[in-house]
Design a binder for this molecule. Sequence first.
Ligand code: SAH
Length: 467
Amino acid sequence: MDFLPVFLNIKHKPCLVVGGGEVAARKASLLMRAGAQVTVVSPSLSPALAQLVREKNLCHKVAAFSDGDLDGHSLVIAATDDMQVNREVHALAVQRGIPVNVVDCPELCSFILPSIVDRSPIIVAVSSGGASPVLARVLRARLETLIPAAYGRLAALVASFRGQVKQQLNSLPQRRLFWEKILQGPVAEMVFAGRDKAAQEALQTALQGAQDTAVPQGEVYLVGAGPGDPDLLTFRALRLMQQADVVLHDRLVSAEVLDLVRREAERIYVGKQRSVHAVRQEEINQLMVTLAKQGKRVLRLKGGDPFIFGRGGEEIDTLAQEGIPFQVVPGITAANGCAAYAGIPLTHRDYAQACIFVTGNLKDGSMDLNWDALVQPQQTIVVYMGLLGIDILCRELVAHGLPSMMPAALIQQGTTRNQRVLIGTLHSLPEIIKNTEVHAPTLIIIGEVVKLHEKLAWFKPDVTGNV
Ligand code: SAH
């Protein structure tokens, strides 16, 4: 993050705009909208600025900029078309420790002005950190269409009830639940429909009702976070992620996905270590129970799909025993995500009529799989957690009848910007893994369909990031 977004209170504060053109006019009127006392210094004024002087409270100093103009000002914007003057304003302001913005010149800015969506008191600010103001404006335009104009009125209604709600509902979870219901329910709809008075009455009634109910019961959302790319989340996953009070996540959940969880939610990392798996799992189950019993909405976020090699079944088993309400949200499992992003269809009329998912996890150094069922013709095999046991896996598949030249693919960090796809055969796979530093999470796809990768690969990220 190059700039920290903050909202500045400049009410009644003297602010200076240097320049007399159209850009200066826009900046001056923006500052005035936020309640500042604005002075423009410029030998001449554009018609728009002249109008602001005439009709609003804008001060005009008819002169070229000089050092003394900065006296007593809390903030300055340089908006002349003379770079020499802009630089001078910048240098002098920096010397005096006054926040300064030089229009269209991010390197001469101690603060930048974002694109804004104004639904006062709700303000949404978008910035590209100076990288592309146009992109920020495009994004702002999209937000404009998403946020109903009446949001400002809704916020004002909420503000007028805040004190009363705080007084009458004294637990924080209770208040949060109350406001979520109000803001996503009929009261909000009434405001959007222009029926502010009815909304106010309905809010009053809802508050009365809320007082009579006890502390809300907690619940657990077992949510599949998909294989990494946040675009692959479901709408329901996103909605529940935005509502959670606490999130339990592990190694497989990408940072980008985690970033979409409600900011205020407590984050608990419950990453698993292979050696202490069994104990940890019980601890996680117990932790969910404890948190839910405290009335919290617990988000158990799991990589891929919770019911595919995710121990989701065990986790909700404990919840069911304890009578804690839960819901399960499916996610895109690694097999689907990796196959799609590697251009390897798992079934194909010419190559595979069936597909089987197995875990390559080692138990006491061996792999407990039904090999005969795996080596069926026209079947794609997808192996999760197969890296450590790759030698055994390839050896056994060949021993049970698959040709050693059967194509196989390794997909590391599938669907993320770091995705790597390596193609080989059952014969060459162990060697590839030894020589090319393949690491988890990696998925293995074995079968004729792998041949299609060469033609169908479409996802070729060329930026590396920390997904
Ligand atoms: N519940 C998860 C699987 C958990 S088991 C799901 O449905 O996807 C963990 C294994 O999943 C890893 O060892 C790896 O084989 C696979 N995996 C998960 N995410 C992956 C990814 N982004 N790329 C490649 N393999 C992945």
